[in-house]
Design a protein around this ligand. Sequence first.
Ligand code: CP3
Length: 355
Amino acid sequence: MAAAPDLSPFLAACRGEEPSRAPIWFQRQAGRSLPEYRAARGTGSILEAIAQPEVAAEVTLQPVRRYGVDAAVLFSDIVVPVHAIGFGIDVVPGRGPVADRPFSSAADLDRLRPLEPEVDIPYVIETVRILAAELDPAVTPLLGFAGAPFTVASYLVEGGPSRTFAKVKALMHAEPDLWAQLVDRLADMAIAFTSAQVAAGAQAVQLFDSWAGSLSPKEYQRFALPATQKVFAALGDLGVPRILFGVGTGELLSLMATSGADVIGIDWRVPLDVAATRVTGLPVQGNLDPAIVLAGTELALGEARDVLRRGSAAPGHIFNLGHGVLPETDPAVLEAIVTMVHEEGLSLRAEGMHT
Ligand code: CP3
């Protein structure tokens, strides 16, 4: 591994180069676990907070200030593009994205026109500009993101969060051509959304395919992977690291490694040394169980050390949780984890390499 002293630790690890310290950030690091978030956010839909650049930038910076994490993740949401073009979707507190009229037939394609970032989401571009001016890119890069086509489609088709994904699976199998058109439009939207963020100053992008784990490998390969590959191929020329994350993806990891992503996010179900063999050659991100953070500092630190040792099996490792921070999380435990990862991360990685 080549040393990369001039690159931020996060970007160095994304490229499989040697970071100056072990990088860490937390998925959903901004949000309800932070009292300063609850104060800044106000009431109403989260989409209203996201549409106010000063608020969105402040909320993005809160966890950077509090925890000293190695990446700032843009405060936005995966449904922002479809909301902005008027599909008719909102985010209900405590529930998640809900669509009044779910996507069910070819006629609904008319409700999914292309995203024009300057017209539809000027507030996201403005938020990114504010953040790019505030953050030191050599220390804390800004991570932009979008929802992967399958996961966004699942909300549009189900009309809300789902346990079984029955409607979305019925649609993809029964009407594969319509499905292909749906995810292709969502791929174009993710491309426009993330490209606009990079143009305004984001230094890496992550695609959240949070619910991909509901698919079998065969389904993932046929119905989800091609649209994700389209997104990553289009982002290739931008030269920023591309991260792909999903939950429950143990059986999908080798396919995800063919998506064009530079880094694969791993949930807590697969030990990182095992995950590394499934995504051969790619750096990994993850994978402390967010629930273990609730079990107390010492326990969480012990498990986090194990994650760091196992992560050494991959050519790069960005420490993270296996999914998002739970709202009931005590921020003090996350603070202790950041301190430990920064102080001990590189030596635990070296230790892992020799066992
Ligand atoms: O810190 C960060 O990670 C940045 C901000 C961020 C949000 N949503 C803000 C948010 C990110 C990266 C997302 C992505 C997102 N949104 C995903 C992918 C990540 C994941 O968790 O798997 C998904 C599936 C969504 C859809 C969504 N939005 C859900 C399921 C919810 C939770 C509903 C609830 O209230 O329990 C939201 C709302 C949401 N998005 C919140 C935040 C901070 C919390 C609620 C609020 O403050 O109103």
